[in-house]
Design a protein around this ligand. Structure first.
Ligand code: XMP
Length: 476
């Protein structure tokens, strides 16, 4: 056995933030913009997991200032199509769900859970809005009834240029839930709820130099990394992520060199590591941001299978310090289950926090909404090293090779992620995270995330101390 690590390492539940004298009076005085080259205005990155990160997630999260990393299992042609779709979205108005008068109520009921705004717009053959259908319109109605018979024919329709504050006031006056936007030709161009209008005044979208929503993609570390890098850059991705469970390995270093041979400029995130040495080696090979986390993920079985990993708070603190010495940043990846975990990761020095499974149970994740035996809505999540993901990734291998690779799974193949009835959309979760984080900053007297890292006072607590902080009845 080699020399043991000399410290007792800690994770998020082991630590707490102490309040310090503060001159920051309002949560709205806090700026949550990042400084890691991701161009985000909220330090939240959605993990490159097939069950979590797709086009609707990418659009929705970027509109609120975060970033989604498209999974490496998506073929470059499909990534190109998704990226161009995301970049064609309006930065303020949400994308409507659209059907026609002759479609059935059942069609609307199937579509409604795809988006949090809860409405399907009925359009004519020139894309002009005729009405709106929501769940109320469909209640107690034959599933085969035509939408033209049940739609609300008098929706709020506004010019696309209308400011969110005015949208809010109009909806408030009319007692309506959603407003539709039309362009100069009267074509449907967007949809906004009252809460969406409010959010648009609070969040700032993450946009590229042309003002379009940002999106990142994972490049993988096997095969033709340079070729895949060129294809992704051609597709217009704003940031590349090269990650594997054990990022501190020769294959990762070779992959980083391959990426850098194609583009010295594109911001590159690499990982995952949990030590200062890992950070230094990946930065030396070309990483701008190092991703930290081995085994904390909700779908991970690595620590139980191998004993390998490191409690996440200590891993983040050590790696962030090592990266800062080189003028670089880190992302804390995995194990985020509450808003407090985000605040603690940033206090430890992370520039952004990566979230996977927590966001799987939302309207915007790619899976279909399902119901359990008690009628609760859920979506399925699975790990990217699970038998299910590995089998899908190795589809073109021989049956034997595919089975052999799937034998060494280190992830959960199926887990039910319940949609929280009080927070069923990813934006509801972003609201919880950002309001918690803004408040943490005011407790620390910080107006920016870098001030927060400098000023945060972190203490260590017992399990009883952590339990004391959980409200009763406990939904947390
Ligand atoms: P959360 O906790 O947010 O973590 O779901 C997301 C991160 O978990 C990692 N990940 C895995 N790790 N086996 C693993 O060991 C897996 O199957 C797996 N799937 C995801 C990954 O780093 C992700 O960003």
């Amino acid at each position: 056995m080699n020399e043991q690590r000399p410290t007792t390492d800690l994770t998020y539940d082991d630590v707490f933030l102490a309040p310090v004298r503060s001159g920051v009076e309002s949560r709205f005085d806090v700026d949550l913009s990042t400084s890691d080259g991701s161009g985000t205005t909220l330090p939240i990155v959605v993990a490159n997991m097939t069950a979590v990160a797709g086009r609707r997630m990418a659009e929705t999260v970027a509109r609120r200032g975060g970033l989604v990393v498209l999974p490496q299992d998506v073929a470059p042609e499909a990534v190109a199509e998704i990226v161009s779709w995301v970049k064609s979205r309006h930065v303020v108005w949400d994308t409507p769900l659209v059907l026609h008068e002759g479609d059935a109520v059942a069609d609307a009921l199937n579509l409604l859970p795809k988006r949090a705004h809860g409405a399907v717009v009925i359009v004519d053959d020139r894309e002009r809005p005729l009405g709106v259908v929501d769940e109320r319109c469909c209640t107690g109605v034959d599933r085969f009834a035509r939408l033209g018979e049940v739609a609300d024919r008098d929706p709020v329709v506004l010019p696309l240029e209308t400011k969110p504050r005015e949208v809010f006031e109009t909806l408030h006056q009319r007692g309506s839930d959603v407003a539709l936007a039309v362009n100069g030709s009267g074509e449907l161009s967007g949809i906004m709820t009252r809460r969406g209008a409010l959010r648009s005044e609070i969040y700032t979208p993450a946009v590229d130099s042309s003002g379009r929503l940002r999106v990142a993609a994972a490049v993988g570390v096997s095969g033709d990394v340079a070729g895949k890098t060129s294809a992704l850059l051609e597709a217009g991705v704003d940031m590349l992520v090269a990650d594997t469970a054990h990022g501190h390995q020769e294959k990762m270093i070779a992959a980083l060199r391959a990426i850098r041979s194609v583009s010295p400029e594109v911001p590159v995130v690499a990982g995952n590591v949990v030590t200062a040495e890992g950070v230094r080696d990946l930065v030396e090979a070309g990483a701008d941001v190092v991703k930290v986390g081995v085994g904390p993920g909700a779908m991970c079985t690595t620590r139980m299978m191998t004993g390998v990993g490191r409690p996440q708070f200590s891993a983040v603190a050590e790696c962030a310090e090592a990266a800062a010495e080189l003028g670089k940043r880190i992302w804390a990846d995995g194990g985020i289950r509450h808003p407090r975990d985000v605040a603690l990761a940033l206090a430890a020095g992370a520039a952004s926090v990566m979230v996977g499974s927590w966001f799987a149970g939302t309207y915007e994740s790619p899976g279909d909404l399902q119901r359990d035996e008690h009628g609760n809505a859920y979506k399925e999540s699975f790990g990217m090293a699970s038998k299910r993901a590995v089998t899908a990734r190795t589809r073109s291998d021989s049956g034997f090779d595919q089975a052999r690779k799937a034998l060494f799974e280190e992830g959960i193949s199926s887990s039910r992620m319940r949609l929280d009835p009080n927070a069923p959309g990813v934006e509801d979760l972003l609201d919880e995270i950002s309001s918690g984080l803004r408040s943490s900053c005011t407790y620390a007297g910080a107006r920016t995330l870098s001030e927060f890292h400098d000023r945060a006072v972190v203490g260590i607590q017992s399990a009883a101390g952590f339990a004391e902080g959980r409200p009763l009845p406990s939904g947390w």
